[in-house]
Design a protein around this ligand. Structure first.
Ligand code: NAD
Ligand code: IPM
Ligand code: MN
Length: 355
């Protein structure tokens, strides 16, 4: 073991998760070998099969193990039609996001080639923004309950949790991130005109923190206006920060503006601590086992993992290889190519090993 050996936990998960994760691993191993980076991968079988076999979703002690023994986690996707409650997926995914306190969900929306956007007459530079999604609270806090279930009088409550600490830390991260980018622009989005308690907290925290970042060109849009503006003129956005649910929704919109879910990477991070990297897409059960899923979202995700480890050169090499493959049309059918998942991954790995 060298001092710089990084330990990476790998959780392929369900559906297309294992297929795209295998290609991300292939790319990572290649780029690490080329750059003489030492990394050790340890795979975990958490997902639907294990849950159906022995009832385990997130094993006892898993979070402590991840925290103490790993630098990063590469995750595929979870979700399986045999488990309609989605319980195992929530245990695993939210278990890590909340349990490891991964409060920033980073979802870049970058158009690699203008052919891939459904918008008319757009240049690549016009879709190049970052969605920063609060990742530990909001409507995802799982606070609520049901009363008189399955009767005509039933009541279902799902509370939205907004804490001063949670809102401030994601806003601060967003301002710092915006400040480090060439355009230095930030848009905070909420629905404070209707949600006058929780989103008023976002408004007040935003107004306070922006005083400390005068070099950032910051503004606010209500979420309904934001989604309209994202379609009308995406070029105006640099960094967008919002709550958990809105971030979930607009990151799929952003993904589509940039070519679809097959290309969209994400990082769930707590700066300085073990963090988790996953493509934005899910387990796409209809595509599973057919060698048709696009592995580039997972490969671009592994590039974000490299950046997080401080290995930006390797991150850039991965992004450049995907960019080249796309330019040459060496991709899966969702982007107009003829390659299967494995063949697209092989193509990227070959580019990386010859670079
Ligand atoms: P999905 O992302 O799995 O699929 C949505 C659509 O995008 C499908 O039409 C699919 O064909 C397409 N797609 C997704 N990934 C693709 C890829 N790599 N290449 C080509 N096309 C791709 O979303 P869904 O269908 O709403 O959900 C399926 C399951 O995944 C559900 O159980 C859901 O809860 C779960 N899910 C998990 C995660 C996660 O683990 N992080 C994220 C989203 C959804
Ligand atoms: C995502 C997914 C998850 C979410 C689902 C699978 C619970 O859609 O990562 O975007 O809502 O966070
Ligand atoms: Mn989502």
């Amino acid at each position: 073991m060298t001092a710089s050996l990084k330990r990476i936990a790998v959780i392929p998960g369900d559906g297309i998760g294992p297929e795209v994760t295998a290609e991300a691993l292939k790319a990572l191993r290649t780029v690490f070998a080329a750059g003489k980076r030492g990394a050790e991968f340890t795979e975990f079988d958490w997902g639907a099969d294990r849950y159906l076999r022995d009832g385990t979703s997130l094993p006892a002690g898993a979070l402590e193990m991840l925290r103490s023994q790993f630098d990063a986690i590469l995750f595929g996707a979870v979700g399986d039609p045999r488990i309609p409650s989605n319980q195992h997926a929530l245990d695993i995914l939210f278990g890590m996001r909340f349990g490891l306190d991964l409060y920033v969900n980073i979802r870049p929306c970058v158009l690699f080639d203008r052919r891939f956007t459904p918008l008319r007459d757009r240049a690549e530079a016009e879709v190049n923004f970052l969605v920063l999604r609060e990742n530990t609270e909001g409507l995802y806090a799982n606070i609520g309950g049901q009363f008189k279930r399955n009767t005509p009088d039933e009541v279902a409550l799902q509370e939205e949790v907004n804490t001063r600490k949670g809102v401030e830390r994601i806003l601060r991260y967003a301002f710092e991130d915006a400040r480090s980018r060439p355009r230095k622009r930030l848009c905070m989005s909420d629905k404070s005109n209707a949600l006058t308690h929780g989103h008023d907290l976002w408004q007040r925290a935003f107004r306070e923190i922006r005083q400390q970042f005068s070099e950032v060109d910051s503004r606010h849009l209500y979420i309904d206006t934001l989604v309209m503006e994202m379609v009308r003129d995406p070029g105006q956005f640099d960094v967008i920060v919002t709550n958990n649910l809105f971030g979930d929704i607009i990151s799929d919109l952003g993904a589509q503006l940039a070519g679809g879910l097959g290309l969209s990477p994400s990082a769930n991070i707590h700066p300085g601590q073990v963090s988790m990297f996953e493509p934005v897409h899910g387990s796409a059960p209809a595509l599973a086992g057919k060698n048709v899923a696009n592995p580039f979202g997972a490969i671009l995700t592994s590039a974000m993992l490299c950046d997080y480890l401080g290995w930006r050169e390797q991150g850039n090499a991965l992004r450049n290889a995907v960019r080249s493959a796309l330019r040459e049309g060496k991709c899966t059918a969702d982007l107009g190519g003829k390659l299967g998942t494995r063949e697209a991954g092989d193509y990227v790995a070959a580019l990386l090993s010859s670079a």
